[in-house]
Design a binder for this molecule. Structure first.
Ligand code: FMN
Length: 198
């Protein structure tokens, strides 16, 4: 059998991938461990300059999501200047981790290879996340990459146990659509406006 997916199959999957927010997920519908393992395995096959493989994932499910939510709220309160604090955001940070059955902290482990700039480590992690997101879409599993500034704070890094040069690049919520919700549509401006032929 060919090792290659056909281009139409791949194109269909890429265009089918959507952002599904926690409010659209059913927290009571568990994600099978085998599917999560498949997501992480595919993440692990992302391109990586110098084989630094900088993607790290911290998985929160069950009661661990409560600890995540508590720390998320606490750190938002601690790191947000008074005039910028928003009660609606604070409440969302307390609720969102409980609306999804699985929440994955997307992390970058900074390697010690001086030839690899930090930006390339971040880019490699983004490729890994896209692999996960496409795998989720193929399974009909919703996913959402969320990246409010508080996740980049030193406090959040400490909560995750990250090293000095590491970064948290966001939370990746995973869950099945709840009853009454439909797989969303999205939009893009024409690619022709973004490609210059020389
Ligand atoms: C690096 C990255 C960070 C993102 N952070 C957020 C975020 O903080 N809040 C949010 O609503 N969406 C976030 N998104 C998701 C976008 O909103 C979403 O991709 C966009 O609405 C297009 O929808 P689609 O993914 O279904 O095509 C992020 C996406 C990426 C790639």
């Amino acid at each position: 059998m060919s090792q290659h997916a056909t281009v139409p199959q791949l194109s269909a999957l890429i265009r089918h991938r959507r952002t599904i927010k926690p409010a659209q997920m059913d927290p009571g519908l568990e994600v099978p461990r085998e599917l999560l393992d498949e997501l992480f395995e595919n993440a692990n096959w992302a391109p990586t300059h110098g084989f630094t493989e900088p993607w790290r994932f911290k998985v929160f499910s069950g009661d661990a999501r409560k600890t995540l939510a508590e720390n998320y709220q606490r750190l938002y309160r601690e790191t947000t200047p008074e005039g910028e604090f928003r009660q609606d955001k604070y409440e969302k940070f307390g609720i969102n981790p409980l609306l999804a059955p699985v929440v994955v902290a997307i992390c970058m482990a900074r390697g010690d290879n001086p030839k690899i700039p930090e930006l390339e480590e971040i880019e490699a992690v983004a490729c890994a996340v896209q692999n996960m997101h496409l795998t989720a879409a193929a399974a009909g599993l919703g996913a959402f990459w969320s990246s409010p500034p508080v996740l980049g704070s030193e406090g959040f890094k400490a909560f995750l146990g990250l090293g000095a040069g590491d970064r948290c690049l966001g939370l990746f919520y995973l869950g099945w659509l709840k009853g009454g919700e439909e797989w969303p549509t999205s939009r893009r401006r024409p690619v022709g406006d973004k490609v210059e032929w020389r």
